[in-house]
Design a protein around this ligand. Structure first.
Ligand SMILES: NC(=O)c1ccc[n+]([C@@H]2O[C@H](COP(=O)([O-])OP(=O)(O)OC[C@H]3O[C@@H](n4cnc5c(N)ncnc54)[C@H](OP(=O)(O)O)[C@@H]3O)[C@@H](O)[C@H]2O)c1
Length: 265
């Protein structure tokens, strides 16, 4: 198991996807505070530039930005090739870019849903596939994969999103197990509702339960990076979220879905 050594990442490089807003920015800040250089990726170049400048001014690390739509089929390969050509060695991969779609499955437009599934599942696995091989070769590396508490139970009105996050949860824990003894770790974090652009993008007005249980993005990021550096398989930030993933396991799946729908409606 890796140690939570504050110098472990000094002078290393972390690639953070979805670093133009929300959790991605705070993951980047946490990593930079440990002396880690950054490659920040998302589509909105102006925001990437703003965050990179702020982080560099504050922590004195290098922060490169790459504006890219990671839902495009060949994007992970292009990104990997670009970094390889530039001689950038990625020691930390934060697979954070993603979004959800709120609404009845029968009413969500397929093109948006397909794009979400591409980004949340296929891109995440492809990025992992590309970067993990070099990490294993060097016997050093950390990955942080973004799931959700929705990964732990069937969630009506987020049916395909929560199922995609169940994929991420199981994929990462299985991969981390395969990687034991390699010096490389894959940690999956499953946040509950967190104050970011998530709800605006998903199209949901926050419910009372979500307003009461909402966490702040810097707190979630701090917990995620700490768990990653300990080489933990999985982490659920916050007491309410921990309870929220434990209790449904005691119920039949259909009852669990009924409760999820009440909290989401
Ligand atoms: N906030 C929550 O309540 C919550 C709960 C559980 C899990 N999560 C997960 O946490 C992760 C981060 O979300 P967030 O809450 O921080 O939401 P957010 O503020 O909306 O951030 C999402 C990030 O992903 C990027 N992104 C979206 N589509 C992209 C694409 N096609 N190509 C490249 N980048 C793309 C966005 O940048 P651009 O728009 O500039 O491309 C943005 O930087 C997601 O995987 C989400 O599913 C969030």
């Amino acid at each position: 198991m890796a140690r939570n050594n504050t110098d472990l990442l000094r002078g290393r490089t972390a690639l953070v996807t979805g670093a133009s807003s929300g959790l991605g920015v705070d993951f980047a800040r946490e990593l930079a505070a440990r002396g880690c250089n950054l490659v920040l990726v998302a589509r909105r170049e102006d925001l990437l530039r703003k965050h990179a400048d702020e982080i560099t001014a504050r922590h004195g690390v290098r922060a490169e930005i790459i504006a890219m739509d990671l839902a495009e089929r060949d994007a992970p390969q292009r990104l990997y090739d670009q970094l390889k050509t530039a001689g950038t060695q990625v020691d930390v991969l934060v697979n954070n870019a993603g979004y959800g779609l709120y609404g009845k499955f029968t009413e969500l437009p397929w093109e948006r849903e397909r794009n979400m599934l591409e980004l949340d599942i296929v891109t995440l696995v492809h990025m992992t596939k590309l970067f993990v091989a070099d990490m294993v070769g060097r016997k050093f590396g950390f990955m942080l994969q973004l799931a959700s508490i929705g990964a732990y139970q069937p969630s009506p009105l987020y049916a395909s999103y929560s199922a995609a996050k169940s994929f991420v949860l199981n994929f990462s824990v299985a991969l981390n197990y395969e990687l034991r003894g390699s010096g490389v770790h894959s940690t999956v974090i499953s946040p509950g509702i967190t104050a970011t652009e998530f709800l605006k993008v998903s199209g949901q007005t926050p419910t009372l339960y979500q307003r009461l249980s909402m966490m702040q993005s810097p707190d979630v990021a701090r917990i995620g990076i700490a768990a990653m550096l300990k080489g933990r398989a999985s982490v659920v930030p916050g007491f309410a979220n921990k309870l929220g993933v434990f209790l449904p396991r005691l119920l039949p799946l259909n009852a669990s879905a009924a409760i999820a729908e009440v909290t989401m409606r």
